[in-house]
Design a protein around this ligand. Structure first.
Ligand code: PLP
Length: 400
């Protein structure tokens, strides 16, 4: 029996596919350097584990209110109020969901009617187009260029707007490029969005992983008018190394949060109660681990950028400033061969790196940009060095 058109039209998550393939190779005994992962290698902070264990021991793991336990909504509102200089934020402005991904999904289900257009730049996070399609919407992709720091031209946004445009998604720092949007661009994009009454979905999941540039700027800090159009999305996955807990949240106008809550009530009810308690400890406990891990990532970024730049055929036009990815251009290698294998795009290159060099990466085509591949430095220094060594050795064997 055929599955729905919705399901037939969406792609598998290439990042999860690559990661799964690398894991399968590993479990068959092959030593794979996994540069494809989108998660920190650090464990959940110990205070968070202890708080969760204590709560678990009480055995009171019940349903909670749909938008989240009041203490967690308060703590998330306080975090955003403090960090984004928006004292007006209240717990009612917060919805807690099952990870950042789920919160974005719920937002799109809430704002997108059939045929509505959602605009975002490429390279984009793999799930945006598929989530828009699942909501019945139409993704509108605006390409950006590496030599311009993957910056989205506000005029390109203006030109893409039609009567069906519903929202723009902004992701800074970006997965996969690691680039940050500067304040002037953010302000210009937000102004256009407000003029055309678009929602701004601001994916701020890597806000604590910025290594260069100005202080973090979110559209919700750009005054009441922009805030009234903005849903800021965040998660515990990257900041607190809590990917498996599946817990994230959104901060936005009360009416939107209430509408999203209606969707959530009919899908997951609430986010996992134990994970909400863990998240509460993450937000209210000692924060020193956040800066410690940021510093560790900053050093790894240096190592990775320098190592990749030394490989012929890989180039990084501008250094990534955040998240934990590098997105080098690899198109100089296309048209080359390795024995019977032809390298004619990012998928061929990633596959060759996995099968010949035993290094897992993600092909840029998954992010809407075939001229690049993504490498994650959320791994140890030794693994970074080993991965770079293997990539350089394989590239040295290519016949060009
Ligand atoms: N947004 C971006 C840009 C991401 O890279 C990710 C995860 O990789 C997410 C959202 C969702 O993360 P999670 O669902 O673990 O909170």
């Amino acid at each position: 029996m055929p599955f729905t058109r919705r399901v037939r039209e969406i792609a598998d998550s290439a990042t999860l596919v690559m990661s799964a393939r690398a894991k399968a190779m590993r479990s068959s005994g092959i030593d794979v350097v996994n540069m494809s992962a989108g998660e920190p290698d650090f464990p959940t902070p110990p205070n968070v584990v202890e708080a969760a264990q204590a709560f678990l021991a009480e055995g009171q793991i019940k349903y909670t209110a749909t938008p989240g336990i009041p203490e967690l909504r308060s703590a998330a509102a306080a975090r955003y109020a403090g960090m984004r200089s928006v004292p007006e934020l209240r717990p009612e402005n917060i919805l807690v969901g099952c990870g950042g991904k789920h919160v974005i999904y719920t937002a799109l289900q809430t704002i997108c009617d059939d045929g509505d257009e959602v605009i975002f730049a490429s390279p984009y996070w793999v799930s945006y187009p598929e989530m828009v399609k699942l909501a019945g919407g139409r993704p509108v992709v605006l390409p950006t260029r590496a030599d311009q720091g993957f910056a989205l031209d506000p005029e390109a946004l203006r030109a893409a707007i039609t009567p069906r445009s519903k929202a723009i998604i902004i992701n800074t720092p970006s997965n996969p490029t690691g680039m940050r949007m500067d304040a002037a661009s953010l302000e210009a994009l937000a102004k256009i969005a407000v003029e055309h009454d678009l929602w701004i979905l601001s994916d701020e999941i890597y806000d604590e992983l910025c290594y260069a540039g100005e202080a973090y700027l979110s559209p919700i800090s750009l005054g009441p008018e922009v805030r009234a159009h903005t849903l800021a999305l965040n998660s515990f996955s990257k900041t607190y190394s809590m990917t498996g807990w599946r817990i994230g949240y959104a901060a936005g106008p009360v009416e939107l949060i209430k509408a999203m809550s209606k969707v959530q009530a009919q899908s997951t009810s609430n986010a996992c109660t134990l994970s909400q308690m863990a998240a509460l400890e993450a937000l209210t406990g000692n924060q020193s681990i956040v800066a410690e891990r940021r510093e560790a990532f900053a050093a790894r970024r240096r190592r990775m950028v320098d190592g990749i730049r030394a490989i012929e055929g890989f180039s990084i036009a501008r250094e990534p400033q955040g998240a934990f990815y590098v997105f080098p251009s690899t198109s100089d290698l296309y048209g080359s061969r390795l024995g019977e294998r032809e390298i004619n795009g990012s998928m061929d290159l990633s596959m060759a790196l996995l099968e010949e060099a035993h290094v897992a990466t993600v092909p840029g085509v998954a992010f809407g940009d075939d001229a690049h591949i993504r490498l994650s430095y959320a791994i140890s220094d030794e693994q970074i060095d080993e991965g770079i060594k293997r990539i350089a050795a394989m590239v040295g064997r290519l016949e060009r």
